[in-house]
Every structure is written in structure tokens, then in C-alpha cells.
Design a protein around this ligand. Structure first.
Ligand SMILES: Nc1nc2c(ncn2[C@@H]2O[C@H](COP(=O)(O)OP(=O)(O)O)[C@@H](O)[C@H]2O)c(=O)[nH]1
Ligand SMILES: [Mg+2]
Length: 192
């Protein structure tokens, strides 16, 4: 099987770094020339998107996409979200208000997914830079504000995106959820 995975989150959360750590191919850093109202008058704005591949063995692989961080590139977000089978929400623990970040992405994703559900994992980076702040922040937030587009429980991982081991743990969790989603309907169907 092959699944497309989308990494979303604020600039600096480690999306590019995680995809670089994971990818078995050299990461393609696509510079997409995008025009908006101002750009029509002035120069082109360049937005960077990452593309990588992670081989899981047995012919299974994940295609990894890092979404551009800027909210105004909505058209790209919509295309990426439409085609993705799983989501990684990356958060920077050292940002001023990471809960505001998760709320922002949750809101946008809810709108774009329009009732669809899919496996979601949360990766929290830069925990080495904010040791005074607890990880339970995220678990409590998710308990109080469950993600309506998540097909199951949303695991929260402490991730240093520079470490392949950390990023892999995130991917293994997501791959297991994807595989369950593929096989469970068949099993249920078979039993019924
Ligand atoms: N100290 C620290 N730096 C990290 C961690 N994770 C990622 N980084 C660094 O944070 C910076 C921003 O990461 P990047 O992948 O460019 O973020 P993006 O904007 O989401 O693509 C890079 O220099 C990463 O190496 C972490 O857990 N701790
Ligand atoms: Mg990036």
C-alpha cells in the first residue's frame, strides 16, 4: 500500500526537518511560484513545500508532504488536504501559545475536510527549549476539544524533528492507524 501523509503546522515547527529525517529519497523542496493580489502588482511570492518518501517494507510506503506554513496559501492546503490519507499536526512547544496554534489548524482542517475523518497524530517539537512547560497541555486540550476530523484517538508525541528515531515513532503510529482503517472495514464486512 501507499499512503499520502500531510504535515501541517506553524513555521518553525519542524515539518521540513522531520520529512528530511524520514525520507528515503532526497527531499524535493519545491519552490512554488504563487501569485496573489499584491504579487500581481509586484513580484512573485515563493512558497516552499517538501516532498519525501518513507519505505515501510513489504512494498508499503508513505509519501510525505510538508504544507507551506502561511495561511494565505489556502489553495495549496486544500489540494494537499483533499489528497491526504493521514495528518501530522506539528507544534512548536517553544512558541508563545502552542494551544492557539493547534486551535488554528484544527479550525482550518475542520473546514477543509468537510465531514471526512482520517488518522491524526500530533508531534510536539522544541520541548528541549521549554522544559518548564508540560506536555499534558496538549492531552488536556484534545480532551476538551476533540478533533472532529480524527478517525480515532489522537496520540501526542514528543519529537525532535532532527532525530530520525523520533520522527519514525510518529510515522509508525500513523501507519498502524492507516492499516487498521484499511483492514477493519474488510474484517467487519467479512464477519457480517
Ligand atoms: N532545538 C530543537 N530544534 C528543533 C527541533 N525540531 C526541529 N528543530 C529545528 O527547528 C528549525 C525549524 O524546523 P523546520 O523543519 O524548518 O520547520 P518548518 O517551518 O515547520 O518546516 C530547524 O532548524 C530544525 O532543525 C527540536 O525538537 N528541538
Ligand atoms: Mg519548512
Amino acid at each position: 500500500m501507499e499512503w499520502s501523509i500531510l504535515f501541517m503546522g506553524p513555521v518553525g515547527a519542524g515539518k521540513t526537518e522531520a520529512i528530511r529525517s524520514l525520507s528515503d529519497i532526497e527531499v524535493v523542496d519545491t519552490d512554488v511560484a504563487a501569485t496573489d493580489e499584491t504579487a500581481l502588482l509586484k513580484e512573485k511570492t515563493t512558497v516552499s513545500m517538501d516532498v519525501g518518501v518513507l519505505n515501510l517494507g513489504g512494498g508499503d510506503r508513505l509519501r510525505l508532504y510538508g504544507a507551506p506554513g502561511q495561511g494565505r496559501f489556502d489553495f495549496m492546503w486544500e489540494i494537499l488536504v483533499e489528497h491526504t490519507k493521514g495528518l501530522v499536526i506539528m507544534l512548536n512547544h517553544a512558541n508563545p501559545d502552542p494551544l492557539q496554534d493547534i486551535a488554528f489548524y484544527a479550525g482550518r482542517l475542520k473546514g477543509m475536510l468537510a465531514g471526512r475523518t482520517l488518522p491524526v497524530v500530533v508531534g510536539v517539537t522544541h520541548t528541549d527549549e521549554r522544559t518548564d512547560r508540560s506536555m499534558t497541555l496538549y492531552l488536556e486540550y484534545l480532551k476538551q476539544h476533540p478533533l472532529p476530523f480524527a478517525s480515532g484517538k489522537v496520540p501526542v508525541f514528543r519529537v525532535d524533528a532532527r532525530q530520525r528515531h523520533d520522527a519514525s515513532a510518529l510515522m509508525m503510529a500513523l501507519a498502524a492507524m492507516l492499516e487498521m482503517n484499511e483492514r477493519l472495514p474488510q474484517t467487519v464486512h467479512g464477519v457480517a
